[in-house]
Write a protein that binds this ligand. Structure first.
Ligand code: FES
Length: 211
């Protein structure tokens, strides 16, 4: 998704939400708007470029350096353009024990990219992630705003095919109005349940489903 960052303006729902957010914090604590407004900007403009940081700083308003500090600190803010589908495979302890590295290498092989890279067609960006709080259903990955859990390699294959075939939808008013992390920025598969009951990754020396 390529969005021109040279002349940024909020959509009407985002502009309305910004005004609502202002009312949630005291006048002398407006710096607290940085997190939700940055997230909203990422949803609006695809990624957090230097232009987006300037835009957010002016909108709140706060010094640009304060927005820059926040955007650099949190990994959920994308500092580079990302693919239509953002695959974040958890590789923290629980997921590693359950085969996260195998999942990552499998996806790298399927897509022909390494973690941190985007496929040339702009469809997928692959990243490793630290614990995403779903350790009991390891291994797992987050795709845009949704979790896919108990991943087996066949689940991954099926999911990649489904995502590739899934069309974009525009952010709608409800999506913006619900705020950060509340919904998909693109139309996600409706059969997500099918991907939550995988047999798990088959680790060397273990039988399928034997974890
Ligand atoms: S270790 Fe993967 S979700 Fe916690």
């Amino acid at each position: 998704m390529s969005i021109d960052h040279s002349n940024l303006t909020w959509s009407k729902p985002a502009a309305d939400r910004l005004e609502w957010l202002r009312t949630r914090y005291p006048a002398d604590k407006q710096r607290a708007l940085i997190l939700p407004v940055l997230h909203m900007a990422q949803r609006e403009f695809g990624w957090v470029s230097p232009s987006v940081i300037d835009f957010v700083a002016a909108a709140i308003p706060v010094p640009t350096i304060q927005v820059e500090e926040v955007a650099c600190f949190y990994t959920m803010y994308n500092r580079k353009p990302i693919g239509r589908w953002h695959l974040q495979v958890c590789h923290n302890i629980s997921c590693s024990l359950m085969g996260a590295e195998i999942v990552l290498e499998h996806i790298e092989g399927k897509l022909g990219i390494k973690r941190g890279e985007t496929t040339p067609d702009g469809e997928f960006t692959l990243m490793g992630a630290e614990c995403l709080g779903s350790c009991g259903t390891a291994p797992m990955m987050q795709v845009n705003d949704h979790y896919y859990e108990n991943l087996g390699l066949s689940d991954v294959d099926e999911l990649l095919e489904t995502l590739r075939a899934t069309a974009d939808i525009a952010d709608d008013e409800a999506n913006v109005a619900h705020g950060p992390g509340s919904g998909p920025s693109r139309k996600l598969p409706q059969d997500g349940e099918a991907h939550t009951a995988g047999s798990g990754v088959v680790l060397p020396g273990h039988a399928a489903g034997g974890h």
